[in-house]
Design a protein around this ligand. Structure first.
Ligand code: NCD
Length: 362
């Protein structure tokens, strides 16, 4: 494959991932503007409503029963893998999986590039989690140049990006922070984040979910961001440069406790110690970055607490039954959002919308 495209201007990278002006490969959070985020959130809400009846879920399953998905997950995953698997099932799309390259022809010396080219002959979409930043993007561009180009969806790329997690996170933030939910649905064209403070806490340097979500939030003027992390794990300079370009108000801090009362949303993350080279994470004192039960009273009663999961000790399980905890719903939102993404990529979104308006709306 060609050298990494990450040195190219973002606009060029984004353009090369589209096809006929429409989303095709899903690799970078920068591919999503406000309009597309709104479209996908609305579609996720509609799929959720349609799937509620036997008749509706039968309808959804007929939409993509003629397509097949390959889930190529060579980095550990349970929830993202199952979330995509469930999303494929909702839309009726059969899927297959390779999770351990040792069970594939790679042990015979086949390159991953060739393995992906092989998948593209059997399947209609490849959903990929990979330890190497940039690999999914290179693979997507390589497939685009073949006689059977199929979309490639990034389900987590090393320490870099996790765009579908960012989509489900913003969908969760909308549902938690936009007015009138329940009973009405939020208006996904609104900007409920204007004037709101969103804190990102934990290992921000190596946490790909935060990096991708920040890209999406720059689309919402007026959202203020707090990056709360130990110095060694603070958010990357590339992200800081990006948000400055968008005029985002932000602060870097190194203690969660004193910041907690001003947050409208708190996005917790775990230590990403699988990326350590020699156990350096264990030497960092992370106690100032834990959300403890004792902080519950200081948190705004309207605040939303999110976590991409899996969690460890950074988020006290005392919050699990707190109405401000949105992380369980966040998991379920992911399934609907990924189903929406599949519907959109394969152009059956209009059929889903028609069905929704004829059968579900009052
Ligand atoms: C995250 C990931 O894999 O980046 N998990 C997920 O996809 N839900 C976060 C993490 O592993 O900490």
């Amino acid at each position: 494959m060609e050298a990494s495209p990450s040195s190219l201007p973002t606009q060029r990278r984004v353009a090369s991932l589209a096809r006929d002006g429409r989303l095709f490969h899903v690799i970078l959070a920068q591919q999503f503007d406000r309009e597309l985020i709104g479209t996908l959130c609305r579609l996720a809400d509609m799929i959720r409503a349609v799937a509620d009846t036997r008749h509706g879920s039968d309808f959804l399953r007929r939409q993509l029963c003629h397509k097949r998905a390959m889930l190529y997950f060579t980095q550990p995953s349970t929830r993202t893998f199952l979330s995509f698997a469930a999303a494929c099932q909702i839309m009726g799309m059969p899927y297959n999986e390779v999770r351990d390259p040792k069970t594939s022809s790679e042990v015979k010396g086949e390159s991953e590039e060739d393995a992906i080219r092989v998948f593209s002959q059997y399947f209609d979409v490849i959903i990929m989690r990979h330890p190497e930043e940039g690999f999914a993007e290179k693979a997507a561009l390589a497939i685009s140049g073949t006689r059977r180009p199929i979309p490639l969806v990034n389900g987590g790329a090393g320490k870099d990006q996790h765009p579908t997690q960012a989509l489900l996170d913003i969908y969760t933030l909308y549902r938690a922070m936009a007015p009138a939910y329940p009973p009405g649905r939020p208006d996904f064209s609104d900007n409920p984040f204007d004037g709101k403070t969103i804190a990102f806490v934990g290992d921000l340097k190596r946490g790909r979910t935060v990096r991708s979500l920040v890209y999406l939030l720059t689309r919402y003027p007026g959202a203020r961001m707090l990056f709360i992390a130990p110095d060694e794990l603070q958010i990357g300079d590339d992200i800081v440069r990006y948000i400055r370009r968008y005029g985002v108000q932000y602060e870097l801090r190194d203690d969660l406790g004193p910041s907690i009362a001003e947050c409208d949303a708190i996005y917790m993350t775990r230590m990403q110690d699988e990326h350590d080279s020699h156990g350096e994470s264990a030497k960092i004192d992370c106690s100032r970055f834990h959300l403890t039960g004792k902080m519950a009273d200081s948190i705004k009663h309207t605040a939303a607490i999110l976590h991409p999961l899996p969690r460890r000790y950074e988020l006290d399980s005392a919050f699990d039954i707190d109405p401000r905890a949105k992380y369980w719903g966040q998991v379920r939102n992911g399934m609907w959002m990924r189903a929406a993404l599949m519907a959109y990529i394969f152009n059956v979104d209009a059929a889903v919308i028609d069905h929704y308006y004829s059968e579900c709306s009052d």
